[in-house]
Write a protein that binds this ligand. Sequence first.
Ligand code: NAD
Length: 297
Amino acid sequence: MTVGFIGLGNMGLPMALNLVKAGFRVQGFDTTLAARTAAQAGGVTLAATAAEAARGAEAVVTMLPSGPIMQLVWVEVVPAMTAGALIVDCSTVDIDSCHKAHAMAAAAGLVSLDCPVSGGVGGATAATLTFMAGGSGEAYARAEPLLAAMGKARTHCGEAGAGQAAKICNNMILGISMIAVSEAFGLADRLGLSRQAMFDVASKSSGQCWSLTTYCPVPGPVPTSPANNSYKPGFAAALMLKDLRLSQAAATGAGANTPLGAAATQLYEAMDKAGQGNRDFSAIFEVLTGVKGSAMA
Ligand code: NAD
């Protein structure tokens, strides 16, 4: 099976290489020379344009920075594809762009899926991503062999847009919960409670969550968390801000009340404005408390 892959960046490149390893013939395109060179070295056949990468492919995957860019690429790619072929967008994008893309595909007789991912660059490299899909049952069934080659978990969340909705809601929980855990450690510090004691109790109590037990924002209790590595990402604060902004745009459009999502967005905006967007998002601990994560550990 031939797959067109457009957007060979931090996530897209390892995903495309996992398709190659699984035996798919991958035709790739990216606007960046470095991405093209790395993809070619890994066995991807390079195309001169996005349309060329899509031509003749039974399936096309896009992995791009934003909804507007994804739409621009789909405008070019969709007409180049054969009617009946499958197109899957794995980028994290706004709900409006997602619906427009599905409509574009349907008008051209293509089968489409919005299928954002969770798991980061590590998951993309190890083929352990989690996929959340929106689209018809047929689109999901046809995408399954591709998703199986790039990840280990997948959920068909519903019709068009449901995958993006799931991604946006999940990451709003993540942004809020990281702030909650950071505030609790900041308060614990002030109350003279050791971080290890705070962790030992909360990780076995009702405060337990992924931001605490897997991605603990202070060094010590979870040795693999970015806090132990000078907050090197991991998941950059700028990407968390992107996802929180998408959650707020979606909430406004849908009339949902998300006061904590709004507050989390403001706090990550402040972190980004302070020039810390390229640090791991768990460094919000330092922004909130003014305490260096390594101090008082
Ligand atoms: P990235 O910036 O590393 O990669 C995007 C790639 O798209 C770049 O190589 C860029 O050159 C290319 N590109 C831009 N415009 C293009 C065009 N018109 N035609 C072809 N290529 C074009 O970003 P990433 O970290 O790989 O993220 C990709 C998507 O995955 C984003 O939507 C992001 O929100 C989402 N995501 C990222 C992570 C993560 O940890 N990095 C985790 C989950 C989801």
